[in-house]
Ligand binder design. Sequence first.
Ligand code: ARG
Length: 462
Amino acid sequence: MKLWGGRFEKGTDKSVDDFNSSISFDSRMYKQDILGSIAHANMLGECSIIPKEDSTLIQSTLKEILTDIENGNIQFEVDAEDIHMNIEKILISRIGDTGKMLHTGRSRNDQVALDIRMYLKDEITNIKQMLLVLEKTLIEISNQNLDTILPGYTHLQRAQPITFAHHMMAYFQMFKRDLERLEDCYKRTNIMPLGSGALASTTYPLDRLMVAKELGFDEITQNSLDAVSDRDFLIELSCCLSIIMMHLSRFCEEIILWSSHEFGFVEMDDAYSTGSSIMPQKKNPDVAELVRGKSGRVYGSLITLLTIMKSLPLAYNKDMQEDKEAIFDGVDTVKMCLPVFTNMLKTMKVKKDNMYKAAQGGFTNATDIADYLVKKGIPFRNAHEIIGKMVLYCIENNKAIDELGMDELKNFSELISEDIYTEISLAKCVSGRNLTGGPSKESVLDSIKKGLEFLSQMNTCS
Ligand code: ARG
């Protein structure tokens, strides 16, 4: 018989059991469920809501059940619907009526809210650790490429010279924001809902703060209706995960482009590439492509969650059971992508010469030549037009601006003199951009320094 079977005259249809059951996907919360139950049982005993010796027996039996699950000695049942009732049923099968005291002052509604919060708190910490490793890798690569010049792009057209370190540190900033977002999301996940009961709390004098403290929560929820039907924290996490995937996907797109023959900026290590079953010459960036592709399923989870919660009346509704597969898939996918992506990046070969050659073409120093004329007293708009004509002349004559002789240069402006050649070198274009946030070596070193400070501060709080 079902744990809730009292008011029913016959059993549920087999198809309903299968349809209703969530054990196939919520069994992964067994540990959180048991730890939550131990804390609840302990509090029931301490507050004399159930006898102390019963509380002690419940707690020790729950610990045994945990060990048995971890050793693979327990088979969950679809009939028992979910992880909460499976564990309670096992408890009752082992200690009879004493086990039946556990659910005093508790509902599966506040229980599931507790379990998912505990589960996601751990996963947020895990994902933060993975992001920290990625951030450290980005700093390592940046330190090795402070002088590696390549074209920066807008509209995927060569724009101005930057360094590879500067480019990597752009991603550092993106993942830094992801870390901050996760930290913020953690705060709203770290709130303890037990004591909310099914929806209207309970008449038992539960010590909610005691349970929160034992389970490592900072606060307790402040409205029982909201506490059992709030899934904002889960949607927020899904949003954080989607943004992480969006960042990874942009990065992957660049890596895929850079490893093409047309760019030739990087080469993936053999260990992180795959071949073609038909074309013997192929070395494909499959890892980057798969990470890019997997962003789709993480976004899908976010939409799933938002749609499940849309229009749900207060308080708990069974629709909410559907939250689990979506958030678990998002978490699993990000956890699968981050380490493999980081290792791919770590082992990637940077082809500095090709990057430099690309920066030499495409007139990436054109802005600096216009600025050169501005420094000689020509208004910027006029300088822009003069250099535009110079670029056109170069295209027609198949030359770079630096390759023009003094006589050719003078045709565009009498104010141009010999110093132009050093003023418009790629190295100068980069080193001159030394504002905070710029690509010059000193600016990038400064951003690395600040980045390291941020990472050490993150390390101490997680
Ligand atoms: N398996 C359910 C879920 O994941 C647990 C809560 C069920 N509560 C209920 N009253 N049916 O949402």
